[in-house]
Ligand binder design. Sequence first.
Ligand code: ATP
Ligand code: MG
Length: 401
Amino acid sequence: MAARAARIPPCPFPRFYPPCTSFASSFHIHQFPASHLPCSRFQASPLKYFRQGTHRGLSTWGSPTGAVPDVERKATLVERQGATRAIESILKPQSDYARYNMIVGNHGTGKTTLVCHVGHQLDGILYVNISPNSVSDKTFAEEFAKAFHWTPATRFWHDMLLSYWGISAGEVADDRAILVEVFKEFDNQAKVFKKNKGRSPVLVLDNINRLAEANPKLLNILQDMAKDAADDGLFITVFVTSRSASSRLGKVVEIGDMNHDEAIDFLCNKRAISESVAEDIYSLVGGRVGLLVTAVNELDSGQDFAGVRELLLGDARRVLRKGGMEQGGQFREAGIQIANHIFQHGRISWYDFYRISGSTSQGDQLLSLNIFTTAPRSEWVFFDTKPMEITVRALVENASD
Ligand SMILES: Nc1ncnc2c1ncn2[C@@H]1O[C@H](COP(=O)(O)OP(=O)(O)OP(=O)(O)O)[C@@H](O)[C@H]1O
Ligand SMILES: [Mg+2]
C-alpha cells in the first residue's frame, strides 16, 4: 500500500473529500450554536426564514413516486441496462445501509438523465440540482428548501423589525444559519419518512462539482452532513459529479460513454438517422451521448455532416489553443509526448502523465484543461472526448512534418 501511495501522484482534482477542516468537522446540524441561528435574540418567537409549504410532514418527495423531475423527450431515450441497474442500486439502498455514494462521469455522459429517469419512478428521493446560481450558502439553501416544497417566507416584516431595532438586515442575516434551518426541517422530514416506511430516504445532490470550484466550504459541510446522516441511519446522500475520486465513500457508480450498439440505436431508432450517417457520427464523437445529441440537433437544423464535423473539431481546437498546446504554448511539448503515448498504448498511467508534465501542479493544470481526463478510482488518463482525440492527432501529425 505504501509503495502504491508513493508511486501514484496525488489526486489531480480539487480534493472532493478533503480531511475534515476545523469548521466542517464541527458542523452538526443539530448542534449549531443557538447564537448562529437567524434571530437568537428573539427566542420567544423565532423568526422563520422559511415556512412550511402545503405538504406538512412528508412533503411530495416522501410519497408517492414522481417527486424527482422526469426526463424530457422520453421517447428518444436509449435504454442503458447496466448503468440503470447500477443507479437503481444506489437510489434504493438496503434498510441498514450506512454510507454515502457517488455517481461520477465526464460531462454529457448522461448522469442527470439516468438519475432522473430512475429516480422519478421511486419514492423517498429528494433531488437537488446545484445550478451555477445556487452555489452560495443562501441560494443553495433556497434551492434545497424548494426541492422539498418549503418555500421562503417573506422577510419583509423581519427586516422591518430589525430596522426598528436599528440593525440593518445584512448585519445579522447569516446565510449559513438559513442553511441550518433548512437542514433541520429536512432532518425532521427524513425521520418521519423513515418511521413510516422503515427505510432511509435518499438525498441526491446533482452537479456537486460546482461547489468544489465555487464554495468548497459548503461542500465540506455537505460531506460531513452526509457522513453523519449515514452513521445515524437518517438518510443516504448520493453526490452526482463530473469529476473526482475519494476513499471515504460507499459505492461509486461511473457513468461512461455509450457503447457502439447503444449509440447506433440512439441515432437510428430514436433520432431517425440513416445507418451510414450514424456510423460517421459515431466515428466522430464516439459514445458520448451529449455530443451525439449535439451532432443530431445540428443535422436536424439543416447542417450537413461536414459542417457538424467542422463545428465539433473547431471547438476542440479552441480548447487546445487555450490549453497551451499550440505552437509555442506552455503544454505543447508535454502534451504531444503524452498524446503519442496514448496513441501507442490506448491510455497513459498517472505516473507517466505527471512525470511528463514536469510536476504535480503542472499535471493538475494540464488535467483540468479538458484535453485529457481520468476515471474515478482509476490510475489511467485518456483523451477527454473523441473529437479531442481526432484534433490532437492532427496536431501531432502536423508537428512532426
Ligand atoms: N439514455 C439516453 N438516451 C438518449 N439521450 C440521452 C440519454 N442520456 C442522456 N441523453 C441526452 O444526452 C445529453 C446529456 O445528458 P445529461 O445532461 O444527462 O448528461 P450529464 O452526464 O448529466 O452531463 P453533465 O456532467 O454536463 O451534467 C442530454 O441532451 C440528454 O437528453
Ligand atoms: Mg448533469
